[in-house]
Design a binder for this molecule. Structure first.
Ligand code: SF4
Length: 71
């Protein structure tokens, strides 16, 4: 499974790293520090990744089986 975070959609609500503290971190301005990245998830963090995607009100986080072509 992969996670991709769309930098253009991230508005810095901070909900994602609150529910996925082992996966995501914040930067100095409250945005998720990993925005703009796509990476393969360790199996034990897939649940946190899905929680982060569900928590993001902007739809900035996608969790997919294959790496998205546009990420
Ligand atoms: S919850 Fe969504 S909009 Fe807020 S910091 Fe995380 S990715 Fe960005």
């Amino acid at each position: 499974m992969f996670i991709a975070i769309d930098e253009s959609k991230c508005m810095g609500h901070g909900r994602c790293y609150a529910v996925a503290p082992d996966l995501l971190t914040d930067d100095d301005e409250g945005f998720v520090a990993e925005r703009g990245r796509c990476w393969e998830l360790p199996a034990d963090l897939v649940g946190q990744a899905q929680d982060a995607a569900d928590a993001c009100p902007e739809g900035a986080i996608r969790v997919t089986e294959a790496a998205p072509a546009d990420a």
